[in-house]
Design a protein around this ligand. Structure first.
Ligand code: SF4
Ligand code: SF4
Length: 192
């Protein structure tokens, strides 16, 4: 017996029950009583919402195959333009670099010569680089350019594998303009 008392560790063998045998079943809480019909009704309401969404057109896109349309005012990666005769528009004036709020444009100008004419003006951009990691795509460079040489296009998928590849050189910036940029520039030219 002494051993059993030690096992119980001082606690009574039959703890006091929460409800006494003579207290009966507690009353049902106040409020509407549920029924099978009410449960089926609630289930049908939920299914109606699910089915309604099933037949509604999805708002998500299968990116990258499908892309959402961009605003006409959207500004992505830059391009340097040429004239129709092949000469570069950029005259190396550095106004774009001066206007850039984050200092991500580097222009080093050189003199045009009769033997080596690159642009119509006295000078051309021997080096033109944009650090795309610093660019905030504000478009100030495009606004500052007196000859519309630098423009921003619609591309926003600019991921790459090293920091060096985000320094866009003149050769890369002189790639042909996408058709929608051409259309935007033509519209802008008509408005001015
Ligand atoms: S878009 Fe703005 S931040 Fe980017 S290069 Fe042009 S001026 Fe600089
Ligand atoms: S892009 Fe335009 S503003 Fe910039 S250096 Fe060339 S001509 Fe000047």
């Amino acid at each position: 017996m002494a051993d059993e008392d030690e096992k119980l560790d001082g606690k009574p063998e039959h703890p006091t029950p929460l409800r006494g045998p003579d207290e009966g079943v507690p009353p049902h809480p106040e409020g509407k009583r549920t029924s099978v019909a009410a449960d089926i009704g609630a289930l049908a309401t939920g299914l109606k919402t699910t089915l309604g969404e099933f037949f509604t057109a999805p708002v998500t896109l299968e990116y990258p195959e499908d892309k959402s349309p961009r605003s006409e005012r959207y500004r992505g990666r830059h391009y340097l333009r040429r004239y129709d005769n092949g000469l570069e528009r950029c005259i190396g004036c550095e106004l774009c670099a001066a206007a850039c709020p984050v200092g991500c444009i580097l222009v080093i100008a050189a003199e045009n010569t009769d033997e080596n004419r690159v642009s119509p003006g006295e000078r051309y951009a021997k080096t033109y680089e944009i650090n795309m990691l610093r660019c905030i795509f504000c478009g100030y460079c495009e606004d500052a350019c007196p000859v519309q040489a630098i423009v921003l296009g619609p591309e926003y998928e600019l991921s790459d594998t090293s920091r060096e590849k985000f320094i866009y050189t003149k050769e890369k910036l002189l790639e042909p303009l996408p058709p929608d940029v051409q259309a935007r520039l033509q519209t802008k030219a008509k408005e001015t």
